[in-house]
Design a protein. Structure first.
Lengths: 159, 83
């Protein structure tokens, strides 16, 4: 299940719902992404997340389908927030449920790695020097490649 | 054709979306990017380094050789930074 929303979410409630009533599930894994107060070497007082409504949901649904294709999963939940967030706020939540822990843990890791390089979200940070757009990190591409080697270093470059 | 711009591409170009009538010689994404760069300094500045421009047609990532059709929704944006 995919949710793209401005408002916060309750981690406990979401995790409980994910496995409720399904006693095949033996393991639930989750990842929570939070707003940090440092960007590079600068203090960050807030960030604003912008996204591409429609494409965001489409890409997340495709990533979810890919996780189901790779692992035996009983449930997947991805929540991503947008709008203005402050340090300590939750940005993203990924949770997976499976009969066994290996699949739940691996799928959760896969989902956050792919989400970070595929889902059309952009962050802009508020710093003492002003507002600036966060740049994509090469480590994120590398993390994605771990799950799916591609011949091109940069599969989405326009040229 | 509907064009959408996000993040710093939107800021540099100066609008979030626009309807354009493509010149007949523009047939693919590479041609669109070349044509857009002739439309003013905001465009040429935003599209100066295409290694940091991503293109989606009808909400799927595409490369420079992807053909364009009347009625396509084309989005230009920087590498994504969510999560």
């Amino acid at each position: 299940m995919i949710r793209v929303q401005r408002e916060d979410f309750d981690v406990g409630i979401e995790l409980e719902r994910l496995a409720a009533g399904n006693h095949r599930i033996g393991g639930v894994a989750s990842f929570i992404g939070l707003v940090r107060d440092i960007g590079g070497s600068d203090q960050v007082s807030a960030l604003t997340l912008e996204h591409y409504p429609g494409m965001t949901e489409k890409r997340l649904a495709e990533i979810e389908t890919e996780a189901h294709r790779r692992w035996p999963l009983d449930a997947v939940l991805m929540i991503h927030r947008y709008g203005r967030l402050e340090p300590g706020d939750r940005i993203v939540f990924v949770a997976t449920a499976s009969p066994h822990r290996e699949a739940a843990l691996a799928a959760c890791h896969f989902l956050i790695d792919w989400l970070k390089t595929e889902a059309p979200f952009w962050k802009s940070e508020e710093t003492p020097a002003g507002e600036r757009w966060v740049e994509a990190r090469a480590q994120d591409d590398a993390a994605r490649e771990r799950w799916s080697p591609r011949p091109e270093a940069n599969p989405h470059a326009a040229r | 054709m509907r064009l959408l711009y996000f993040a710093w591409l939107r800021a540099r170009i100066g609008c979030a979306e626009e309807e354009v009538a493509l010149p007949s010689e523009v047939r693919d994404v590479a041609g669109l990017l070349d044509w857009l760069r002739t439309r003013g300094s905001g465009y040429s500045e935003a599209l100066r380094d295409l290694r940091i421009v991503r293109v989606a047609v009808n909400q799927d990532y595409v490369g420079p050789e992807h053909p364009l059709r009347e009625g396509d929704e084309v989005a230009l944006f920087p590498p994504v930074t969510g999560g």
